[in-house]
Write a protein that binds this ligand. Structure first.
Ligand code: DLL
Length: 452
């Protein structure tokens, strides 16, 4: 793989001290200092929410807790959780803590059912957001001279505008391509000499494939960084994109309800973890069933409390994202806590004939099989009365054979491998290259057609 640019070159040789750190007084602070900042801001945030949002005042009064009860970080557990439902119930402005004329931007997340979730930002929130983005993009090797092609949509989704403002503030030249129209995206990379592509990882793979078909030699392209987020990215998918596009890819995490992108980002030193902007978020990891904290470093559900956000002061938001968090200093020099990349959510678990199946398990099995592409789809139905899971697996051209026996044996071998891990049988359907629909944004891997 060709590494392009001084920052990536330094990282590739382990010279992390040559990479810029946006705000070292925070990102490299001692744990005591980080926690002191968190506590001071948490106390203010709880007061802000209690004083200005009826929903919190009612819940806290009912739980017998008042803002003055927050004296340590651990006291956060006295507060009620917030979930998606709360934001739906109060649609559109019920959770807002500032008058609407102070709100300068709205975003929303549609979800699959029900009302959208609407979030607002005042001027201070926008500054805070841009600060979080400037940190994470520099962790990923982006520099002010970069030309950044934004392939996230510029709509209500937080991905497009959220990353745009921070990247622009850093000094990057923004190329607001928006999502979709893949051949045009590739043309723009060539015409404008884009050096960074911002998208979901699955869309970046699609750009890669279409470019290859168009005869692009990615090694010679100006593109050098892939800035991904919005959906899980397996190590195998990342490695494949890096190899084929000759770019270095990192992955950043966030969610609409607490800000959008900007919660955490991957640095170039340790590639499976993401640094949390801890002065802007208190993190907790809880048992998804009981809501009780798990031991530090253990897997559980991430709960986030944004700090200093004034338009919507969400407290203890249940993300449903499964991860673990560690606080040791990272090889990149940062001391902020790191969360393991999110691979699954507590609410994406499928129950197939009584057995729990996570789509990420299917993905892990497939990524270990030669001849299959990273594109797959899981279809579940119960037409026959019993749950039936079919995994559509897209083949690479070289895995195709004219021999029916050979193809059938390959199919059965995949079924066996899946059964070994999932402990429940599934059917595998082999699909020709390009046969699984590509998405320009987040890829939906599961189609659950079961009728109750
Ligand atoms: O996806 C915010 C975002 C946009 C983050 C662009 C990064 C880049 P939502 O649409 O509200 O917000 O979806 C949030 O997407 O709870 C996770 O389940 C998932 N998710 C987001 N980023 C990642 C990631 C944006 N890097 C939901 N890895 C979250 C894994 C992610 N899952």
């Amino acid at each position: 793989m060709t590494v392009k640019g001084a920052a990536l070159e330094a990282a590739a040789h382990g010279r992390f001290d040559e990479l810029p750190i946006h705000n070292p007084s925070i990102e490299c602070a001692s744990r005591e200092r980080i926690e002191a900042i968190q506590l001071a801001r948490l106390i203010d945030q709880v007061e802000w929410a209690y004083d200005r949002v009826a929903w919190y005042r009612e819940r806290m009064d009912a739980a017998g807790v008042s803002p003055s009860d927050i004296k340590t970080l651990a006291d956060i557990r006295k507060l009620p959780f917030t979930d998606k439902q709360a934001l739906r119930e109060t649609f559109p402005y019920g959770m807002f803590a500032v008058p609407l004329d102070e709100v300068v931007e709205l975003h929303a997340s549609s979800g699959t059912t029900g009302k959208p979730i609407v979030v607002g930002y005042d001027k201070g929130d926008m500054d805070l957001w841009a600060d979080c983005i400037m940190r994470l993009v520099q962790m990923a090797g982006v520099v002010p001279s970069d030309r950044v092609q934004m392939a996230f949509g510029y709509g209500m989704f937080t991905g497009g505008f959220g990353l745009h403002y921070g990247l622009q503030r850093l000094g990057c030249m923004m190329i607001p391509a928006g999502s979709g129209n893949t051949e045009r995206q590739i043309q723009m990379i060539q015409d404008y000499g884009s050096t960074v592509l911002v998208s979901t990882p699955s869309y970046a793979l699609h750009v890669c494939e279409v470019g290859e078909k168009m005869g692009i030699d990615w090694a010679k392209s100006t593109l050098r960084v892939g800035l991904f987020g919005g959906e899980p990215c397996t190590p195998a998918l990342k490695a494949e994109i890096e190899r084929r596009m000759h770019i270095v890819c990192t992955d950043n995490y966030g969610l609409t309800e607490v800000m959008g992108p900007g919660v955490s980002g991957e640095c170039l030193a340790e590639r499976d973890m993401q640094h949390i902007a801890e002065d802007h978020f208190v993190w907790e990891v809880v048992d998804p069933e009981t809501g009780e904290p798990v031991a530090e470093g253990e897997m559980g559900e991430l709960v986030l409390t944004p700090l200093g956000k004034h338009a919507i002061p969400v407290l203890r938001y249940r993300t449903h994202d499964l991860t673990r968090v560690v606080t040791e200093r990272c090889a990149c020099g940062r001391t902020t806590a790191r969360m393991q990349k999110v691979r699954s959510r507590s609410d994406d678990m499928l129950i197939i004939r009584g057995t729990n199946v996570f789509p990420s398990q299917v993905e892990d099995v497939l990524s270990g099989i030669d001849g299959v592409t990273p594109h797959y789809r899981i279809v579940v139905d119960n037409e026959t009365g019993l749950d039936r899971m079919t995994v559509h697996v897209e083949l690479k051209p070289e895995a195709f054979s004219d021999s029916f026996e050979q193809m059938d044996a390959f199919r059965r071998a995949i079924e066996e491998k899946l059964k070994g891990v999932l402990l429940v049988s599934s059917k595998v359907k082999l699909v020709e290259p390009g046969g699984i629909e590509r998405s320009t944004g987040k890829t939906k891997h599961v189609q659950d057609l079961r009728k109750m």
